[in-house]
Design a binder for this molecule. Structure first.
Ligand code: MRU
Length: 341
């Protein structure tokens, strides 16, 4: 399995997802500022992976911080990491987890604080892999046998510490003996589907076909697609799901064609403080992601661009939300709260 992010020799090593699949290159971050830049620049991306990176970023920050005024330094570290990307709630969940531990260690020797924060960040990574495997186990029974699964963006090992959420469900279905192949939406504008999902599934020998985003309806109508499985960046209390832009269109097409639409995500992606998806902050990214492909312009200079990185799929389009603690169905206000316990 591909290693997305690791803690090695007091540094954070990430596979560079801006280079894949053309180049398999690793980036080493030695400061929290470098981790923040890697998250913002999409060297690492995908909600759970961003959470792991943030936890490791906090640990790196405290490891390199001076002993004086540690509280203020901790605040600056957390604020810098929190300002990287607004939509994936896992980022804030991980920073908060590290902050709570730090607060519980106040007054302890700095060497102990550093050691405990590093251990916690490593634990966040290990737990994420275990969580993805549990999501896979819970979701596999929902995947129809001998059909194609359509997915959007990359919600795989590359978007997590390993195994993946949506791709974890597909992996678990195949490990359980189901004969499944995958249709990967290319996922304009950043091409996570074409560049990352296809590459990742090829590493595992899972049969994968790349389609452009606007082909999804055609194939759903054909009857070939047994279900859609996608990941999520933030899920509101009512079951509305923020995920990579284009997910909403896929969900509407799925409902129209009677194809089940599943969302696979860890409990840390739930944001039950938000009543609905309307309240989820949507990241706007650079115009150049739309006007250029791999640095080459594909639109006239001065083109006016919109580039929301995510959209919100209303809960009524979501057949089920698959988490490590079980599968939630509508009404989500009740089922999600029950899962969180
Ligand atoms: O902009 P990205 O690549 O970080 O967006 C990623 C997604 O939208 C994923 O589907 C989501 O984070 C779930 S990853 C398990």
């Amino acid at each position: 399995m591909v290693e997305t992010i690791q803690w090695i020799d007091d540094a954070v090593v990430m596979i560079d997802q801006t280079r894949l699949p053309l180049e398999e290159r690793y980036v080493t971050c030695r400061t929290y500022v470098e981790v923040a830049a890697a998250i913002r620049g999409m060297v690492i991306r995908g909600a759970p992976a961003i959470g792991v990176a943030a936890a490791m970023g906090v640990a790196l920050g405290v490891l390199r911080a001076g002993e004086m005024d540690l509280d203020h330094q901790m605040e600056a570290i957390c604020a810098t990491l929190a300002a990287t990307r607004p939509t994936a709630v896992n980022l804030f969940w991980a920073i908060d987890r590290m902050k709570q531990l730090y607060l519980s260690l106040r007054g302890r020797p700095i060497a102990e604080i550093r050691r405990r924060l590093v251990a916690e960040a490593i634990l966040v990574r290990e737990e994420d892999i275990a969580i993805c495997r549990a999501i896979g186990r819970n979701g596999a029974p929902l995947v129809p046998d001998a059909k194609t699964v359509l997915t959007h963006c990359n919600a795989g090992a590359l978007a997590t510490a390993g195994y993946g959420t949506a791709l974890g469900v597909i992996r678990a279905a195949i490990e359980g003996g189901k004969r499944v192949d995958v249709f990967a939406d290319e996922t304009r504008p950043f091409l996570q589907g074409a560049r990352l999902t296809v590459w990742e599934l090829q590493q595992d020998g899972i049969p994968t076909t790349l389609i452009t985003d606007n082909m999804a309806g055609h194939f759903m109508k054909s009857g070939r697609i047994g279900c859609v499985v996608v990941g999520a960046d933030r899920i509101a209390a009512n079951g509305d799901v923020a995920n990579k832009v284009g997910t909403y269109s896929v969900a509407v097409l799925a409902k129209e064609n009677g194809v089940p639409f599943f969302v696979a995500a860890p409990i840390s992606t739930l944001d039950l403080t938000l009543a609905s998806g309307e309240l989820i902050p949507i990241e706007q990214r650079a115009a150049s992601e739309v006007t250029h492909v791999f640095g080459h312009p594909v639109a006239p200079a001065e083109t006016v661009v919109q580039n929301p990185a995510f959209d919100v799929t209303p809960a009524r389009y979501v057949s089920a939300i698959i988490t490590e603690k079980g599968v939630a169905c509508a009404p989500y206000e009740e089922s999600l709260r029950a899962l969180v316990g």
